[in-house]
Design a protein around this ligand. Structure first.
Ligand code: SAH
Length: 353
């Protein structure tokens, strides 16, 4: 829902200021349309239906993987493709992976998104509409109809089927700083708290600096590191020439000192490229156990590299363990529908309809 348009439309209709908030809260709790908003006057609901599209995105394809992961391909009103993923875990957690841009202007060699055409930054509403889509999907799956907010019992009707959000879909979130942060600040209404929100970055320094200086919420930050060696990292991620890893790590230390929240390090395991015990030792040498936690990511095939074997990943982790750098191996989800990390890519912009 275009929140700016919503506000203009409501104030043009002479509505009190609280109305926009009321409508947004319905949407955030999984309402499927304006009709469901029982405490909004009927004439107003009609006006909204006619003037403010319920979502800024239209669904053009949706696939479900064997493990329950759902990948949705959306289009913006001007035809740009956007993909997002819902991951369902046995313990009840529901994690969404959202895009911040259509495509990505960076050209990390292992990532499918970098190979597709870059479209543009997504608006705050386009980011939030990805979350709202999955919120509605889960609401429908649970057979629950959303109820108006019960202010005397905030927990009632407010139990959220979504628990976590990662900005790990298409795009570099810190290149679209304002819209990403504005969206993250509204996610609690959808049920996802800042502590359960993670922004993943290649180390886009200007955005990282603003994040540290301007964002007080305890939103988590993750760095896509992938190689400790500068030459190798530049080869895998050309952005490293512009914002060298040493500068990025210095900034992340500053973040830790201010917030006392660990930084996650993402490291995709590419066979014979960055996955030997020597590479692990280089990684251990630039990290410390207090500030960082490493997530080793099995490579999801995008055609460019081979994925490291289980043994190679275990040997790599062993080196980190011995150096006391906390490390885990990321569970791969949705690989059979190309919904896993780095597999989000879509055909170029369709002609606007
Ligand atoms: N641009 C941001 C947000 C995207 S996050 C960033 O790079 O951090 C996407 C994550 O998936 C990153 O950690 C990225 O390095 C990782 N990734 C990319 N391609 C991958 C692939 N083919 N297999 C596994 N992980 C991949």
């Amino acid at each position: 829902m275009d929140l700016a348009l919503l506000e203009t439309h409501l104030s043009d209709s002479g509505q009190p200021a609280y109305r926009a908030r009321q409508v947004w809260e319905w949407a955030a709790r999984g309402a499927t349309g304006y009709d469901a908003m029982s405490n909004v006057p009927a004439v107003l609901r009609e006006g909204l239906s006619a003037n403010v599209p319920f979502s800024t995105l239209t669904v053009s394809e949706e696939q479900q993987a064997k493990d329950g992961t759902v990948k949705t391909l959306f289009r913006t009103h001007d035809g740009h493709p956007v993909e997002a993923v819902l991951m369902r875990y046995r313990d009840g957690r529901r994690s969404i992976c959202v895009s911040s841009q259509s495509g990505c202007p960076l050209t990390c060699t292992f990532c499918a998104t970098g190979a597709m055409q870059f479209g543009r930054n997504l608006t705050t509403s386009e980011i939030l509409d990805q979350a709202l889509h999955f919120r509605r999907l889960e609401e429908i799956d649970h057979g629950r109809a959303p109820k108006p907010r019960d202010t005397t019992h905030p927990s009632r009707g407010g139990a959220s089927p979504l628990t976590n959000c990662v900005f790990m879909g298409m795009g570099e979130p810190l290149m679209n700083f304002d819209n990403v942060i504005a969206a993250a600040r509204r996610l609690p209404d959808v049920g996802v708290t800042p502590r359960r929100t993670t922004i993943s970055t290649v180390g886009w320094l200007p955005g990282l600096t603003r994040f540290i200086d301007d964002v007080d919420e305890p939103i988590r930050i993750a760095l896509s590191l992938h190689a400790a060696n500068p030459a190798l990292r530049s080869q895998l991620m050309p952005v490293n020439d512009r914002y060298p890893l040493a500068d990025v790590l210095a900034e992340l230390h500053r973040y830790y000192e201010l917030r006392r929240r660990k930084v996650y390090i993402e490291y995709v395991m590419l066979e014979g490229v960055n996955d030997t015990p020597r590479h692990a030792a280089e990684l251990a040498a630039i990290l410390d156990e207090k500030t960082f936690k490493v997530n080793l990511i099995p490579y999801n095939p995008t055609g460019m590299y081979g994925g490291s074997s289980r043994d190679a990943i275990a040997a790599f982790k062993h080196v980190l363990d011995r150096a006391r750098i906390p490390a885990t191996v990321r569970l791969t989800r949705g690989r059979d529908i190309a919904a896993a990390c780095g597999q989000l890519a879509a055909p170029p912009r369709a002609a606007p309809v």
